[in-house]
Write a protein that binds this ligand. Structure first.
Ligand code: IMP
Ligand code: MG
Length: 186
């Protein structure tokens, strides 16, 4: 039983107001799951969910996706490197042999600059999947700096910080059943 949607919530010192309530999210996620089921009928895709943010979205998405499939989870670690390239990243928790020849659907909570997914999709190519599609609940088009496939996008949202439904602010707010937008102080 999900608790009723609050109008305003707090995470650390910041205040957020409701932007997408739980029924709105559910309706969209179910539609996305049904679309994926239709598109992947007979192909047994592998859902590759990016932790931590996508854990709630992917749990709802795959239950709305009535097709034979497998699920896997990865983490992307970033380090501040000393080289001029900046961030060095690696994939944690992925058995690379499992993706060869498979139809992979990468599941993310949000695309902001697109840097993380641009890097990840590139990295996945070395495992020789049959295909790679991208499924993200949220996209901030005004923040996007990298060219990405946009196969399944839940909502295009303004370039403001959001929390809830898996998304956090410094570790807090992932448990909010709705999605909340930062209230900018005047
Ligand atoms: P990108 O690499 O700039 O696209 O950043 C993507 C990652 O940053 C997401 O997977 C989130 O973990 C985090 N992120 C970006 N925007 C937000 C936000 O508004 N709220 C919470 N996390 C965010
Ligand atoms: Mg994330």
């Amino acid at each position: 039983m999900i608790s009723p949607t609050k109008n305003r919530v707090q995470a650390h010192e910041l205040t957020f107001e409701c932007f997408l309530d739980a029924p709105q999210i559910q309706e969209r996620v179910v539609a996305m799951g049904q679309q994926i089921a239709q598109d992947y009928r007979g192909r047994k895709p592998v859902f590759l969910s990016v932790l931590n943010g996508a854990f709630i979205f992917s749990a709802d998405l795959i239950r709305a996706c009535d097709v034979a499939c497998e699920t896997s989870f990865i983490r992307v670690a970033s380090y501040e490197g000393t080289s001029s390239t900046g961030a060095v990243k690696s994939i944690l928790g992925l058995d690379m042999t499992t993706l060869q020849g498979r139809d992979v659907i990468v599941v993310e909570d949000i695309i902001d600059s697109g840097r993380t997914l641009h890097w990840l999709l590139n990295e996945l190519k070395q495992y020789q999947p049959a295909s790679v599609a991208l499924c993200a609940l949220l996209l901030k088009p005004d923040a996007l700096e990298f060219d990405l496939p946009q196969d399944y996008i839940g909502f295009e949202i303004p370039n403001k910080f959001v929390v809830g439904y898996g998304l956090d602010y410094n570790g807090e707010g992932r448990n909010f059943p709705a999605i909340y937008q930062l209230v900018e102080e005047e």
